[in-house]
Design a protein around this ligand. Sequence first.
Ligand code: PLP
Length: 428
Amino acid sequence: MFDKSRELFEEAKKYIAGGVNSPVRAFKNVGRHPLFIKKAKGSKIYDEDGNEFIDYVNSWGPAILGHADDEVINKTKDALDNGFSFGAPTILETELAKRIVRAFDSIEIVRFVNSGTEAAMSAIRLARGFTSRDNILKFNGCYHGHSDSLLVGAGSGSSTFGIPSSKGVPVDFAKHTILAEFNDLDGVEEIFKKHGDTIAAVIIEPVAGNMGVIKPKDGFLKGLRSICDKHGSLLIFDEVMTGFRLTYGGAQHIYNITPDITVLGKVVGGGFPVACFGAKREIMKYLAPEGDVYQAGTLSGNPVAMACGIATLDILKRKNPYKDLEKNTSKIVSRIMGLANQYGIPASGESIGSMFSVFFMENKPSNYRDVQKSNLRLFTNYFIGLLERGIYIPPSQFESNFITIKHSLEDIENTLVAVEDIFKEIAS
Ligand code: PLP
């Protein structure tokens, strides 16, 4: 069923580090080789062996309209015909920026970059430049890309400051990153009592998507806002995953919290390499060329990518699909929980907007420590079972599943039939 993909992976490994250009794509966690994708359309993705899958990865978030939307293709092609990189300003950049600024009260000015990693890294540099402080606080299990300051994990119990979570990150860099537990406001308060005047910013995924989907508890984000205000630290919302995905705006609108800096990516480029960070003018003016915080990019604001982003946001604005998306994820999760219950599978689920996760553990996790208790063997069985039944989900328990506006009720019903089949098999 997957022979050609296996051969292609062996070939890729000869030329590309680990055969992939981003580690999770290798399917290492689930002990398989990746599928090589030939094409995708709507809610479906097709591999080189000729298999068709209902896609719940959706390029890890950007494809909220489903794959290869015709209107987006046409508008992107128009831009392509005019040339595809000038290294000079274009109207398209201003047009995409206007749409973002209009969607977010917290943003007056943006700067475009090419990846969420760059955007989060630059947002932190900006916060450090603005506050003249070096330390940042991040949450265990939240992912903000792979810049040095953010590849940091919790140190020993007695130490607040982080340790590198990757080889190659100097301990001296990691020392400037303080780790806290998601949804633990008391822990954050304790840290601020000791180190508040050194903390430039708190960075958080307001709805965590990188340990599976975990929502903030009531009052948690509001508490962070007031701690930051009290100590003169900036609050950075990393909405790379949630921006334009949970609503035409971000999680900040759902939870009614105004961050100082917002980081966006994924949907904002519609599948092209676009991300950005934005804030009020008072903060953004610290950025070069107006200010002294340096940040740059040869391909930043690429016109073809901008056109794809504009077309994507315009469709989202026009269709306003968010309520329907949320209805569908909530249905998927509640039906899967019903099946888990029926077949005695320990599981819990979470959904918000078009994001959802199924955790193989009884109680819903509320932070990274909790989610570690999930049964990864069950997850692997579930993943492989789905793959073999034509359903493509992220190959890790610690990721969000995404649906798109092209996922039909039939897609969802077919998925649930596959899930029931797998649970039955596991239970027998
Ligand atoms: N921030 C969040 C919340 C993400 O989910 C990701 C990627 O998944 C990033 C940042 C990094 O973005 P990129 O992979 O475009 O560098």
